[in-house]
Design a protein around this ligand. Structure first.
Ligand code: ATP
Length: 444
């Protein structure tokens, strides 16, 4: 039963995303491409806003973190050194009965191809022995396709940061502790992608690597756990649906001393949203060994040289978008009618406000047009004059727009308008001249 309900909600979200232009299946004209999705007009805006919100919190508002935008294609040796060529594998099993392929460590969360109400552990299908499958996408650089020209699409953005550690340190003159933040695409040839944009083969990561004195790793690890938790809270995510999961010894990656995931309770269960990892000196050590370059940090005051430890915060951008959509999706009955609300934080909502003339006459459209033109200079706003105002509110509620500003007869007399809030559906009157300050305060 739980499985059916969860599918119901996910189906509704997928259909809302398609209908309102948040997310479409990739190459839909050609029947789609498994696990690939395109962000439509509202989705592209939401994603831009989310990334900007993360970037702002992780770089602009801090003095100790620098930004970076490294190339997706890197020297192939980077991935040998990092351990990805040998160890970035998932165990895979095939079902001889339904011919489906599963991740051996996720069987309890997978769905049988023939009996969707059952997992592959329950359906009675015969599974093969697990074998390892490397998740890195490979391609060739230049015209000759052989092993000497093999390059990889990066499976994480972190390595781009490690190999630029010295560059950033020298050009920014940061002193430890300091961090490097990056947002960018990553690619993993996942065995079982799915749950809409939760697990895809092409996705974006928002990662920050914080370089610290080895003896201070535990302190900074706890600091970043708190910071990242607070960030989700500041986005308005329901904290009752967030929890920490500590990696046990059997789950810890080969490079990690300690790892905690922030998990969210999706309709399909508790799953990882972001990882906070203590990667020790593993990465810099390995790159130092492989290249012979000295990546140690020299502390001038203490006259000490050491390889910094790294505390990593690694979030999926698309997974955060899914979290925001799931968390904000709400069906409420309004005047006997079931209505959909997308309760997105004004900070990241694609459209910050809609501007309506109450009716299409008496100079209201012209007045509303002027308000719209003025607000457009600073915010993403939307003008709509078609249909009854109630329907226009409903369309905006479903699109996640937090405010609707309506120009009516009284506006023409005293230059006030109504401001209607999506979440309370309350309307208040406000001077038009105050609208910019009002929206600024809400969205920034
Ligand atoms: P999982 O156990 O779910 O495969 P992971 O532990 O391999 O994830 P990390 O390598 O820690 O994930 O990646 C950091 C973040 O990147 C994850 O918390 C997630 O938000 C995001 N991420 C990882 N893989 C994917 C994917 N295939 N699709 C979308 N987002 C992903």
């Amino acid at each position: 039963m739980a499985r059916k309900n969860s599918n119901d909600i996910m189906d509704k979200i997928v259909s809302l995303c398609k209908r309102r232009g948040y997310i479409y299946p990739s190459s839909e004209l050609y029947g789609g491409l498994t696990s690939c999705w395109d962000y439509g007009p509202l989705g592209a805006e939401l994603k831009r806003n989310l990334k900007a919100y993360w970037w702002d919190a992780m770089t602009n508002r801090r003095d100790d973190i620098e930004g970076l935008d490294a190339a997706i294609l890197m020297h192939p040796e980077v991935w040998r050194t990092s351990g990805h060529v040998d160890e970035f594998v998932d165990p895979m099993v095939d079902c001889k009965t339904c011919k489906m392929r599963y991740r051996a460590d996720k069987l309890a969360e997978s769905t049988c191809g023939k009996k969707p109400s059952k997992t592959p552990l329950e359906c009675g299908g015969e599974l093969t022995e697990a074998r390892n499958f490397n998740l890195m996408f490979r391609t060739f650089m230049g015209p000759i396709e052989d092993s000497s020209s093999t390059v990889y699409l990066r499976p994480e953005t972190a390595q781009g940061i490690y190999v630029n550690f010295l560059n950033v340190k020298n050009s920014s003159r940061q002193k430890i502790p300091f961090g490097i933040a990056q947002i960018g695409k990553a690619f993993r040839n996942e065995i079982t992608p799915g749950n809409f944009i939760f697990r895809t083969r092409e996705f974006e990561q928002m990662e920050m690597q914080y370089f610290v004195r080895p003896s201070e790793d535990d302190k900074w690890f706890e600091y970043w756990r708190q910071e990242r938790w607070d960030w989700y809270e500041s986005l308005g995510i329901n904290v009752d649906k967030l929890r920490w999961h500590e990696h046990g010894n059997d789950e810890l990656a080969h490079y990690a001393k300690k790892a905690f995931d922030i998990e969210y309770e999706y309709p399909f269960g508790w799953q990882e949203l972001e990882g906070v990892h203590n990667r020790t000196d593993f990465d810099l050590d390995r790159h130092m060994e492989a290249t012979g370059k000295d990546l140690r940090y020299y502390d001038e005051q203490r006259k000490e040289k050491f390889v910094p430890y790294i505390i990593e915060t690694s979030a999926g951008c698309d997974r955060t978008i899914l979290t925001i959509l799931v968390d904000g999706y709400d069906e409420t009955e309004v005047k006997g009618e079931k209505r959909v609300f997308l309760r997105l934080s004004p900070r990241i909502a694609p459209i910050k406000a809609a501007v309506f003339p109450l009716v299409k006459k008496d100079g209201m459209p012209e007045f509303a047009g002027k308000v719209y033109e003025e607000l457009k200079k600073q915010f993403k706003v939307f003008y709509d004059e078609s249909g009854a105002v109630g329907r226009r509110y409903a369309r905006m509620d479903e699109a996640g727009t937090p405010y609707c500003l309506t120009i009516d007869g009284q506006t023409l007399e005293d230059e006030t308008m109504t401001v209607r809030e999506r979440d309370t559906m309350k309307q208040t009157r406000m001077k038009i001249a105050e609208a910019v300050d009002f929206l600024s305060e809400k969205v920034r």
